[in-house]
Design a protein around this ligand. Structure first.
Ligand code: MN
Length: 372
């Protein structure tokens, strides 16, 4: 049987003033195609379905459509665990009812984790949601003394599964953790901030496969211990990465990364203003541009944005041509007030600071323009 391992969808994540909805829809189409092509028997999402516990209705609708297509139309069991970005109780709402329809959602850690049995009971998947060590201490009070670190907590949780599982089955665990030695990307926010201490891959010994989420770069951290990575490039540090899913074959427990095409890539490009404006190949991608012959003032940014709708960052020559750099992100530009824009324009173009009287006139003119 083939099982598809994916993770870190981060539905609802914002980028600039928009979101990644079109990229995520495109990924789902690729995923459905792969399920059909490989005749996959299950899909496993190892956490961070959503970017936060409080995403917009469009993100919820997107997950709803994924569950409906995978379980409803394709008839394939879909196993989902909560990651650190998910709100566990919201994600797992109606779980008992949904399990009957093939959607197995695990929100909060439980002491005895019931496996999802597949392929007539030959394969068992243990869904282990993201957890901290205090939850494990509460669930295993008799072992409180042994649980001093996150590593200990993982050893207890996965050890308890190992002690109770049937070794005659293919035993797969799904988890959401930062494993020692895994290579990070900028979009691994929790891990970068030091909020996620690492645990060793030894905690997964004895299992046939550990399907992990949390780290956004796809990688194998040990035999049968893998991160599928996130399906969309959520940061510039992922520019050189392939995105996709992992395909597991339960016959021999081999696994391989399957790259999937992206709707939008991430690109960093450099050149003169004229050279950059002529780059048709950059139009559909998230961009970081460096203009070599101009200060990236408001006018330059506006012209570049018109040409490149997914432009995220611009750098260029310093105002004094001193070799330094100035960065103004599109997001910053969008959050500036009209008055800030005027001040910045006057400062950049004419090295001039407007007087209070001039600003009052400007406000009056803007108010009149708005009324008109
Ligand atoms: Mn994540």
């Amino acid at each position: 049987m083939k099982i598809i391992h994916t993770s870190d969808w981060h539905f609802g994540m914002r980028v600039g003033t928009g979101n990644y909805q079109d990229c995520q829809e495109y990924f789902l189409e690729q995923l459905y195609g792969l399920i059909r092509r490989e005749n996959a028997g299950a899909v496993l999402c190892a956490g961070d379905v959503y970017d936060s516990g409080n995403v917009g209705a469009d993100a919820v609708a997107l997950f709803d459509s994924a569950a409906q297509t995978i379980c409803g139309e394709l008839g394939v069991p879909f196993i989902v665990i909560a990651g650190n970005h998910d709100q566990p109780d919201r994600l797992a709402a109606h779980r008992e009812l949904l399990a009957g329809a093939g959607l197995h959602i695990s929100g909060r850690l439980e002491r005895d984790i019931r496996p999802v049995l597949l392929d007539g009971g030959r394969v068992a998947v243990y869904p282990v949601p993201f957890f901290n060590r205090y939850e494990v201490q509460a669930l295993f009070p008799e072992r409180q003394e042994d649980i001093r670190t996150l590593e200990d907590a993982h050893a207890v949780v996965f050890g308890h599964i190992r002690d109770t599982m049937d070794p005659g089955r293919r035993n797969i665990v799904a988890g959401h953790a930062y494993i020692v030695g895994a290579a990070l990307s900028e979009s691994d926010r929790a891990a970068m901030k030091g909020l996620a201490p690492a645990v060793s891959r030894d905690v997964f010994r004895g299992f046939d496969y550990a399907a992990l989420g949390h780290i956004h770069r796809p990688q194998q951290v040990g035999p049968g211990v893998r991160y599928s990575g996130c399906p969309v490039k959520y940061s510039f540090s992922e520019e050189d990465q392939e995105k996709g899913v992992v395909l597991i074959d339960t016959e021999d427990m081999s696994s391989s990364f399957v790259p999937l095409p992206l709707l939008r890539d991430r690109r960093t490009a450099e050149g003169t203003f004229a050279e950059l404006m002529a780059r048709e190949d950059l139009k559909d991608h998230y961009l970081r541009l460096h203009v070599t012959d101009r200060y990236p003032g408001l006018e330059t940014q506006a012209e570049l944005r018109e040409q490149f709708p997914y432009l995220l960052e611009v750098t260029g020559m310093s105002a004094e041509d001193s070799g330094g750099q100035t960065t103004l992100t599109v997001e910053e530009l969008e959050t500036m007030s009209d008055e800030d824009v005027l001040r910045k324009f006057l400062a950049e173009r004419f090295d001039y600071t407007p007087t209070e009287g001039q600003l009052a006139l400007f406000r009056e003119a803007m108010a009149q323009a708005e009324e008109a």
